[in-house]
Design a protein around this ligand. Structure first.
Ligand code: NDP
Length: 296
């Protein structure tokens, strides 16, 4: 391996420590405790793990955590009523509805019922529009985490050629928007892109958010490029379940200048950025200055 390893686990610990410091100051100087409400509908095992981790880390940085676990058969009207209550609750500064929701619930309707100022996932249509027009918004956590790591590694991103593979609303599109806002020249690639390898080889910054295990190999990486691997894929190898990204790490690390591993790269940054967003939302709600370096 020749590439520098971008250690998301260590970076996330730094972000959490920074958030914790601000939370302590908010408490001691203003008597304010930032609060995050997480709503889980149903019993999807992966979602349960995510929600548990989020709750734990929220408490660890000194915030209040409010968990709402609802039955898989919860009626849409009841979920909307809960969100209305959380929107009005001054102790709650951030609201996250764990996705995916059971099929009978309309995710768009539910997400858009969250007060945009408390939408710490950044999925509300108002926040999407604000980000798209370069205005102050709540920024989706995973792309925000990627951006923080890229800024830390490169300093300015201006003028760099960035290729984002994947165009989902939760990762690919907001990632591309953030890179554009930081003055990269951005290409978004997807399943219909022709000559994907050729497109990827143009990238100084290559972000993979595809959901296909180890699809991007070293041959697609420009020498010296920074590779951010968002993918989380479980595969069976040698009779064991293994977590791999969308990038073939061994081959890409020989060509790239810097690379994030899976696990231990983007993943830990996502929850750290959720906490950062909750802190930001709390500061904005109370008319206090936002912490520097924790927002886009
Ligand atoms: P989606 O399935 O919503 O989107 C995948 C995107 O990849 C689509 O735009 C799709 O294109 C594109 N794609 C699929 N196959 C190909 C292909 N062969 N060539 C080029 N593009 C392709 O996934 P998400 O964006 O939600 O997630 C992407 C990955 O990131 C997943 O592995 C997920 O688990 C992971 N993830 C990790 C997070 C973290 O915290 N680290 C958080 C969120 C996601 P098209 O639109 O044309 O279908």
């Amino acid at each position: 391996m020749t590439a520098t390893l971008i250690d998301g686990k260590a970076f996330a610990a730094k972000v959490r420590a920074e958030v914790g410091k601000h939370v302590a100051t908010l408490k001691s100087e203003h008597g304010i405790v930032p609060g995050l409400a997480v709503v889980l509908v149903g019993e999807d095992p992966a979602s349960q793990v995510y929600v548990r981790n989020k709750g734990q880390q929220t408490l660890e940085v000194g915030m209040a955590s409010f968990e709402h676990k609802l039955d898989a058969s919860t009626a849409e009207a009841d979920l909307l009523a809960l969100i209305k209550t959380l929107n009005a609750d001054p102790k709650v500064h951030g609201i996250l509805v764990q996705l995916p929701l059971p099929k009978h619930l309309n995710s768009d309707l539910v997400i858009n019922s969250i007060d945009p100022a408390k939408d710490v996932d950044g999925f509300h249509i108002s926040n999407v529009g604000l980000l798209g027009t370069g205005q102050k918004s709540m920024v989706p956590c995973t792309p925000l985490g990627c951006l923080m790591m890229l800024r830390d590694h490169h300093g300015s991103l201006a003028g760099l050629e960035a290729v984002v593979v994947g165009r989902s609303n939760i990762v690919g599109k907001p990632m591309a928007q953030l890179l554009l806002n930081d003055s990269c020249t951005v290409t978004i690639a997807h399943s219909r892109t022709k000559d994907l390898g050729e497109v990827c080889r143009r990238a100084d910054i290559l972000v993979a958010a595809v959901g296909r295990p180890e699809m991007i190999t070293g041959e697609w990486v420009k020498p010296g490029a920074t590779v951010i691997d968002v993918g989380i894929n479980r595969i069976d190898r040698d009779g064991k379940t293994k977590l791999v990204g969308d990038v073939h790490f061994e081959s890409a690390a020989k060509i790239a200048g810097a690379i994030t591993p899976v696990p231990g790269g983007v993943g830990p940054m996502t929850i750290a950025c959720l906490l950062a967003n909750t802190l930001t939302a709390c500061c904005r709600a109370n008319g206090l200055p936002e912490p520097k370096g924790l927002t886009a």
